[in-house]
Design a protein around this ligand. Structure first.
Ligand code: G3P
Length: 215
């Protein structure tokens, strides 16, 4: 399973990259706004650290606007992926961009039919938002299972990025479902590392090692 980091914060990205657990990064206008810096500057800095896909989102609504933004964003780094909203205009743009060799990530996916349409259009990635579905009283992970089943049935090659992850159980469930990618907030990734029994075990082994070292 590939781990993407769902953040635009360069320090968080550097820390995770040092540990070798960052296969890509996803950003969105909300995450960029938190950095209080121009998007171009932030993305270029991220691209110095991460060689995997970096998703970048604009605010274009028409196909023409999305294509214009995509042209600009793809100049920033070779690994930039264009986040495109799940709309008719967005899907038109996906077909054109993918034909030109510009990778797209169709975002704000909340149903398997939307994922089917994005997959048929040739999107490189699709981003179903599971946390927001959970917030809305639906089981977000059911959507992941449905999309994976539909893609398998028809040999659709779009990679599924499980997005809007809120806690480690989301990552585990996504992995059990066989999702190829989880985009994980830094805080959630951090909470996946530790276990109190690991800490207790290390302490005990260190103490016992010290005893035999004296012999
Ligand atoms: O990449 C964006 C997506 O993960 C959004 O997450 O927490 O704002 O629903 P959230």
């Amino acid at each position: 399973m590939k781990f993407f980091l769902d953040t635009a914060n360069i320090e968080e990205i550097k820390r995770a990259a040092e540990l070798g657990v960052v296969d890509g990064v996803t950003t969105n206008p909300t995450l960029i706004a938190k950095e209080k810096r121009p998007q171009k500057e932030v993305i270029k800095e991220i691209a110095k650290v991460v060689k995997g896909p970096i998703s970048v989102e604009g605010n274009g609504c028409t196909c023409e606007e999305i294509l214009k933004e995509a042209e600009e964003f793809s100049k920033w780094a070779p690994n930039v992926v264009i986040k495109v909203p799940m709309t008719k205009e967005g899907i038109k743009a996906v077909r054109i961009l993918e034909k030109k060799g510009i990778r797209t990530n169709v975002t704000l996916i909340f149903s398997a039919n939307q994922a089917l349409i994005a997959g048929k259009a040739g999107a490189s990635f699709v981003s179903p938002f599971i946390g927001r579905l959970d917030d809305n009283g639906q089981v977000g992970m059911d959507l992941i299972r449905d999309i994976l089943q539909v893609y398998k049935n028809y040999g659709i090659n779009s990679e599924v990025i499980v997005a809007s992850i809120r806690h480690p159980i989301h990552v585990l469930e996504a992995a059990k479902a066989g999702a190829g990618i989880a985009t994980i907030p830094a805080k959630v990734l951090e909470s996946m590392w530790g276990h109190p029994l690991t800490d207790a075990g290390i302490k005990r082994f260190c103490e016992d090692f010290a005893k035999t070292a004296k012999l």
